[in-house]
Design a protein around this ligand. Structure first.
Ligand code: GLC
Ligand code: CA
Length: 531
């Protein structure tokens, strides 16, 4: 391949906003849609062209809004329908597209469909969910979800049976086998598209189909978790194909991006190869999960593993799997803490280094809010300070096993989703915008560079200097241009000869640089014109 693509998102830089913590517009200290509107100019200057809004719908907010109780209403904390319409209009005036995060694997347990389904077996919504009876001596099956570390079944006393939830008990799974459910979902999707949004990020879409008959996890299974029985099942592709047809027939320009954690490169082909008519973009987590151990524990990782993973997915472009590139999100530890170094000496330098690696790569780019400000994790002291439901699940599960509190807290401080969901310190952004050497200003330069350099947008990708284990290096090649991206991911000096890579592009995180060595966390981009 790989070449110029011309779907509107192929070269987009998406900015992910966790609305609640982004910008407060009405003085109640909760981020909201007017807050987002007030920051559109900031986003334009940053060089982004699409906003991904985490769920903004009515929700009891047990899981950060990923538990929706009314898909047609805006969460009053975030504003009104009017605000949403204004945001779409104003964003479009500034050439910014809006995609909504849509949770259709499950609803909130407070959704009227579920409330009714729980009331009686003859409820018209009964079959919208997955209920199973037992003789009372055991659960309907032995599935444990890696997301909650608990069984996926919760008892419903009123009808004396159990409902399935692969996330928390506040998030009952919808029954996608039921055509009525699918039709309700399409109605919702079209409702917002009609309002003018430009597409969706579908939450955990690769989990909507469960293994037929909900079979037990067998004893030979190595994993204690049953995730593979509710992920990437054959039927998921049928459902997504149907969704694709339903939506694209009416809204051919809509972006369908799916969160597909745990997929292999082969499965990615099935989800996003253009010939499949399923999704346009995937979100996979291999590179950001390389340090993720069992039950929230930290696992050692190496730069080699990180770059090999990133590069493996880059190379998939040749197989029709257009890359989606991100290093941070509302579910992840802060990027600079994850892959950089927050020591004061290297904090900004390493944040810039990561920006160079990321924004030099091919594909649709996603920047998570606040990473352009090099935000760090938060120093939580006790379990009571965490609001993230997943952090509490991990804490409880490990406490039950007799682990020491401080050990668990140490892991949570690093992995808790609260880190990325901490309110954006706007005074920091303000300060950075007045400092030409800041991380924020560096991001602006690099997004601008990206957009003005066809080789960065359209060029092929090739890893180079593979033997340098601490160096993340690759080249982008388009027509007669070769762009070389070099990044030292450690605090040690790396000596290499860079004289053959052409002219400096001005993208470098140190003021002075030598052609023969990369300083700690130094990153730069060269450009060579051949012929
Ligand atoms: C996705 C979301 C996460 C949420 C989960 C359940 O993984 O990114 O925030 O908790 O789905 O909806
Ligand atoms: Ca507010």
């Amino acid at each position: 391949m790989f070449c110029k693509q011309n779907r509107w998102w192929d070269h987009a830089i998406i900015y992910e906003i966790y609305t609640k913590s982004f910008r407060d517009g009405n003085g109640d200290n909760i981020g909201d849609l007017t807050g987002v509107i007030s920051r559109l100019d900031y986003l334009c200057k940053l060089g982004i062209d699409t906003i991904w809004l985490c769920p903004v719908f009515l929700s009891p907010f047990k899981d950060g809004g990923y538990d929706i109780s009314d898909y047609y209403k805006i969460n009053p904390d975030f504003g009104t329908m009017d605000d949403m319409e204004k945001l779409i209009k104003k964003a479009h005036q500034k050439n910014i597209k809006i995609i909504l995060d849509m949770v259709i694997n499950h609803t909130s347990n407070q959704h009227p469909w579920f409330l009714s389904a729980c009331q009686s077996k003859s409820s018209p919504y009964r079959d919208y969910y997955i209920f199973r009876e037992t003789d009372g001596s055991s659960l309907p099956n032995n599935w444990i979800s890696s997301k909650t570390l608990e069984p996926v079944w919760t008892y419903n006393p009123k009808t004396n049976d159990y409902y399935l939830h692969i996330y928390t008990k506040y998030q009952p799974d919808l029954n996608w086998d039921n055509k009525e459910v699918r039709e309700e979902i399409y109605k919702i999707l079209k409702f917002w598209l009609k309002k003018g949004i430009d597409g969706y990020r579908f939450d955990v879409i690769n989990k909507i189909a469960k293994a037929e008959g909900l079979p037990n996890l067998s004893e030979e299974d190595v994993s204690p978790y049953a995730d593979h029985l509710f992920e990437n099942q054959e039927m998921v592709h049928e459902y997504i194909k149907e969704l694709n047809k339903e939506i694209l027939t009416d809204y051919p320009e809509a972006l369908l991006m799916g969160q597909t954690s745990g997929i292999t490169t082969g499965q990615a082909v099935d989800y996003v190869h253009p010939s499949r008519n399923e999704l346009h973009l995937y979100l996979q987590f291999e590179h950001v999960d390389i340090d993720k151990g069992h039950e929230g524990r930290h696992k050692d990782w190496s730069i080699k593993e990180f770059k090999e993973s990133v590069m493996k997915w880059q190379m998939m472009a040749d197989k029709g799997v257009w890359p989606t590139v991100f290093f941070g999100s509302h579910d992840l530890t802060r990027m600079v803490e994850h892959f950089g170094n927050i020591h004061p000496e290297y904090h900004s330098i390493s944040a810039k280094m990561l920006a160079v690696i990321q924004l030099g790569l091919a594909g649709t780019q996603i920047i998570y809010m606040g990473d352009e400000l090099a935000l760090k994790n938060v120093e939580y002291k006790s379990i009571g300070e965490f609001t993230d439901i997943r952090s509490h699940s991990i804490y409880q599960a490990r406490l039950k096993k007799g682990e020491v509190k401080e050990e668990i807290l140490k892991d949570l401080r690093f992995i808790s989703r609260d880190n990325a969901r901490y309110p954006i310190p706007w005074e920091r952004a303000e300060r950075m915008s007045r400092d030409n050497t800041s991380v924020l200003e560096f991001y602006k330069r690099i997004t601008e560079f990206r957009k003005s350099e066809p080789a960065v947008l359209f060029g092929s990708v090739r890893p180079i200097l593979d033997n340098e284990k601490d160096l993340f290096a690759y080249q982008r090649n388009y027509r007669h241009i070769i762009i070389t991206v070099l990044a030292n991911m450690t605090g040690d000096i790396i000596r290499i000869d860079m004289t053959g890579y052409g002219i400096e592009t001005g993208i470098c995180n140190y003021e002075q640089s030598s052609k023969y060595e990369l300083k700690p966390y130094e990153a730069r981009i060269y450009k060579l014109e051949t012929g």
